[in-house]
Ligand binder design. Sequence first.
Ligand code: NAI
Length: 247
Amino acid sequence: MYNFKNKVVLITGAAQGIGKAISLKFASFGAKLALNDIFTQEENLKKVISEIGEKSEARYFLADVSKLEEVKKMIQDIKKEFGRLDVLVNNAGIIRDRTLAKMTKEEWQKVIDVDLTGIFNCSKTALPLLVPNQGKIINISSVVGQRGNFGQTNYAAAKAGVIGFTKALSKEVGRFGVRVNAIAPGFIETKMAEGVPDKMKTIIKQLTSLGRFGKPEEVANAVIFLASDEASFITGAILNLDGGLAI
Ligand code: NAI
């Protein structure tokens, strides 16, 4: 259906969960893959590459997206390895949940640094490579950035920031044919969501029109659509992917 032959796609936080599913999806449509994650995830990145196998060419690039110097080196290395970049998927993210009354400055800052500044670092550094190819940026926000959530002031602020960033950047780079969109997932079954207490999971399921949680592959399906020519007139959009949770 989609054709990403000879296109190079960078996915941050690609070692597990949603990032891994996005990577496998792009691989199945022939994209060349630059897979990013932090240093401690090297083994998991190798596993993703061996799962991709012969389907496509994939390399991994270790970098903490919250550190601009590491991101600059990663983009230089991707340029050396592949010579181009067509799609950036800003997926890396973390949580440090606690009510504001108990939240430390470090817990606040860490989430802002990875979930919001990480997107600034990667988008700014990758943009010169994306512009000549009329590239695409897809940011992973969250329904929490639209609705808020108990115990997640840091995460909600970062993910709401991602929505504003997406809309503003789409206005800046539209004239180059570069499209910038975001996805706001609801509850998706990954390691990040495992820690949610069972009582809370039951409540979230009840509030979700489809009555179930989402799968990483369902997020990947939307990412590849937004990156494809099928979405050629879509930019600055925030796509809710939440089974009806945010309505
Ligand atoms: P996950 O925890 O399974 O995967 C996140 C990946 O990001 C990990 O491989 C981790 O090592 C990597 N990562 C963390 N910090 C990094 C850094 N500084 N630099 C580079 N990589 C880093 O989480 P999941 O669920 O796959 O989340 C992916 C994205 O989707 C995140 O942005 C998350 O906020 C978002 N999201 C997840 C939802 C869910 O219910 N699972 C719901 C809404 C949004």
